[in-house]
Design a binder for this molecule. Sequence first.
Ligand code: AMP
Length: 542
Amino acid sequence: MLGLMQSQELLISSLIDFAERHHGDAEIVSRRVEGDLHRTTYKDVARRSRQVANALDRLDLAFSDRVATLAWNGYRHLEMYFGVSGTGRVLHTLNPRLHPDQVVWIANHAEDQVLCFDLSFLPIIKAVHARCTTIKHYIALCDADALPGDTGIPGLQSYEAWMGAQPSTYTWPSFDENSASSMCYTSGTTGNPKAALYSHRSTVLHAFAVALPDSLSLSARECIMPVVPMFHVNAWGLPYAAAMTGAKMVFPGPAMDGKSIYDLIEAEGVLCAAGVPTIWQMMLTHMEANGLRFNTLKRTVIGGSACPPAMISTFNEKYGVEVIHAWGMTEMSPLGTSCILKSKHLAMSAEDQMKVRLKQGRGIFGVDMKIVDGEGRELPWDGKAYGDLLVKGPWIISDYFKGEGGSPLVDGWFPTGDVATIDPDGYMQITDRSKDVIKSGGEWISSIDVENIAMAHPAVAMAACIGMKHPKWDERPIVAVVKKPGAEVTREELIAFYEGKTAKWQIPDDVVFVDAIPLGATGKMMKTRLRDVLKDYKLPTA
Ligand code: AMP
C-alpha cells in the first residue's frame, strides 16, 4: 500500500519561490566588482531570476545545456544559480583561479553553450574565447554602459541589457527531480579534471542538511556571509540553504583581503561566516594588527583543509566566536561532517573540548561513513584505527560526468581519498590525504602538473613535487630535481621556466637539487621517502 501524500519534485526553483513568498524583504548585500555595496532582496532576486530564465529561453538552448559562469560571489551570480537551474539547464561554475588552458579544456569538455563572467575576468575571456569551441553566447555581468567596446569577443552583451529587457513573469517548469542542475570540476590529481554533476534532488536535500542546527544552522534570523566561492562546489550549498530559510546573505565579491572581510562583517551585522582557513588567517592578522573586535559575529564555519588549533582557540578565546570545523568534497556537494559538540562534551575541560573541536566532525543525516583497511575490511569506531574513508548518500556522486575512468564506487561507497579515524561518538578525524596534491590557500595544486613542467626543461632528468607547510597558504609546492648528467640549470632559471606555463600561484616556491629521487618497487616515486629526506628543509617564503 502506498502512502497518500502528494508527490512533488524537489526542484531548485521552489527555493527561490519560497524565499520570495515568505522572506521577500530579507536582504542580499553584495560588494561588487564596480567597487560599491549593492543591496537587494529575495523578492528582487526572484524577479530577476525569472528574467534570466526568459532570456535563456530566447537563446537556442536545449534542456540540460550547460550555462557557465566565471564570477565572484554576488547577487547576479545568485540570480544565475536560480535562473539557469530553474529552467532545466545546468549551471557550470568555472574556477577563475585555474590557468586559462585549464579553463578552455573544462569549458570544452562540459560543452558550455553560454558564458557569463564578471568584468574582472575579461582578460581571461579575451585570451581563451577563440579556443572555446562550444560557447555561442558571451555575457558580461555588468550594466549596459559598463560594457567595454573592442573586446574581440563575438556578440558580447551586458547582463543587464540581456536579461533586463525580459518580462519578469515566468512559470518554472516541472521535471524529474533527478535532472542535472549544476556541475563543478575537481582538479585532476591524475590526468584531467573530472566533473561532479549535481541534481535538483541532491541539491535540495543537501540544502536541508546544511540548514540543520548541528550543521551550519541557518534560519530567518541569521545573517550569513559565504566567503567560500560560488565558483567552487556552490559555496558549500549556502545560497540554496539561505533561500530555504530566508537568511540574510552578505557577499564579499572580489574583495577577499582581511580588512575588507572584517569591515563587511561589522558593517552588515554578519552572525555566521564560512570559508577556508587561509581567509580567516588574513582576517585575524588584520584584526590583531589593529586591535579590532567583533560586535556581531557568533560562528565561523571552517573547512576545505584542516583548521589549525591556534585558529580555533583565537576565535574562541580571544573573540568569543564559535568555530565549526567542517569537512566535505566536490563529489559530496560538499557537506559531509560538521564538528558541533554534544552536550556531554560541554562538561569537559577546555583542553579535552579542543581535542574534539579539532576533528572534522560527525556525519549529518544523509551521509553514511565507514573506514576500511587495505583489504576493504571495516575498521572500528574507536578513535584510534585509521583507514580509507568511504561515504555514501543522496548528495554524493554515483559517477563522474561522461563516466570517464569507470565508476568511482566500491560496493556502492565513494572512496574519498582521505585517511581517517572515527571515534565512538561518530566524530571523524582526517589523519592524512592519500593523494599527493598540494592545498594552497584552499585551492588544489596538482603535483603532477608541477613535475611535468619541470620535466619539460632540457636539463631536468627527474622531478618530484611535494607540499611544504606554509604559515599563510597552508602548503606551498617545492620541486625536487635531478639534473641530467653534465647539464646545468639554476634554481632561478627553473622557476622562470614556469612563467606562462601555469597559473602564478601554482609555480613552486623553491627548487631543491637532489642526486636521486627515491623510487618504489614498481618504479613509482616514493614521496613519503622524499619527505623524510627533506625533513629539515625550510621554505624560503615561509
Ligand atoms: P575539494 O573537493 O576541493 O573540496 O577537496 C576535498 C578534500 O579537501 C577532502 O577530500 C579533504 O582531503 C580536504 N578537506 C576538506 N575539508 C577538510 C577539513 N576540514 N580538514 C582536512 N581536510 C579537508
